[in-house]
Design a binder for this molecule. Structure first.
Ligand code: NQM
Length: 337
């Protein structure tokens, strides 16, 4: 399924080996990692298309399904459960209905999704006229051609998703390598820095960005330690987002690295986290941002991502976003033996 601006393979947990090491081995073979082209698998040769969602019915009363997100390396044989993915999340509710894990409502269906990676709950609401998921609609999201049905995602408890707190270093601003940064985690651990401090305008195209990779790596390795994430050399978190003043009517302009490759847009929870940071007095980006209305409009290399964040400083009340998803293929994949 395409979920938001990402694409991944969605599995029922019962169809995969229960042992995590065995499961990861099978998933690497399915996606074709490690290989820059993922030629021997179904992965799309980019972190945004080398993703897996594992879904199962929830045990407790607080959610309907459990969603475990796994980020597979492309050139590395890595499988990481350390981060969430708010984009693949968009496909989880429809998948749960398609697979009969949740009954469809007549009109719309809301599915309470336990995001296993961060132990938090998201509520996804999407159209199910006549009890069938309808993927068609008139909602456009930047980075995806055409339009599709809106899937609203409401988050609670995303604060400190991987690091334990909204400001994991204990400060709203730190200095690393002589550069001011804000380390934030409202669903995704992100290091926010000013593009100008990297000698960039912040409006570069994705192809112009990779030149700064060494500096981004140095920044995130040190930030990872300050954020309590340990040695993050082989980890997909934290992400780094370089910010600049908006130039297309938005709140803030962003260029994001996941963790070293430039993102063609920005992750959902990444955008929620950056939006949360710039709302805070003293944070990097706060003085560059233009605020108007309830929504935060995050400009990125291929358009805009609008998020809602309600703060009750120093805590988060709620956050939300609108995405779309599409069922692309349903069938059997053959991991080579
Ligand atoms: O931040 C990319 C994406 C993501 C993750 C990444 C995401 C999120 O665009 O919630 O969606 O940051 O690796 O899918």
């Amino acid at each position: 399924m395409r979920g938001g601006t990402s694409k991944g393979a969605y599995f029922l947990a019962e169809d995969l080996p229960a042992d995590p090491a065995e499961r990861d081995e099978v998933l690497l073979r399915i996606m074709g990692s490690p290989d820059p082209r993922q030629i021997d698998g179904i992965g799309g040769a980019h972190p945004l298309t080398s993703k897996v969602a594992v879904i199962s019915p929830s045990a407790g009363d607080e959610s309907d399904v459990d969603y475990l997100f796994l980020q597979l390396g492309v050139e590395e044989a890595t499988v990481s459960d350390r981060q969430n993915c708010g984009n693949l999340l968009a496909g989880v509710g429809p998948f749960a209905v398609e697979r009969g894990l949740v009954p469809a409502g007549d009109g719309t269906t809301s599915v309470r999704i336990h995001m296993v990676n961060s132990d938090s709950v998201a509520v996804a609401t999407f159209p199910t006229p006549g009890g069938v998921v309808d993927y068609d609609g008139d909602t456009a999201i930047s980075g995806v051609p055409g339009t599709a049905a809106a899937i609203t995602l409401d988050f609670s408890d995303t604060e400190g998703s991987a690091s334990g707190s909204l400001l994991p270093t204990g400060n709203v601003r730190d200095t690393i390598d002589g550069i001011d940064v804000t380390c934030v985690d409202n669903g995704m651990p992100v290091v926010v820095a000013a593009a100008a401090d990297f000698g960039l305008t912040g409006y570069e195209s994705v192809d112009e960005l990779p030149a700064v990779t060494d500096r981004i790596q140095s920044l995130r390795l040190q930030a990872g330690k300050l954020m309590g994430l340990g040695d993050v050399r082989d980890s997909s978190i934290p992400k780094t987002t370089l910010v600049a003043a908006p130039r297309d009517g938005g709140t803030i302009c962003t260029r994001t690295f996941i963790p070293l490759k430039p993102h063609t847009s920005i992750g959902v929870l990444g955008a929620v986290s950056v939006g949360t940071a710039v709302l805070m007095d003293g944070a990097v980006g706060h003085d560059l941002a233009h605020f108007s209305g309830n929504r935060l409009d995050i400009e990125h290399p291929t358009g805009h991502l609008q998020v809602e964040v309600e703060l009750d400083p120093p805590h988060v009340r709620r956050s939300g976003v609108v995405r779309t998803a599409r069922k692309l293929f349903d069938g059997t994949v053959f991991p080579r033996s």
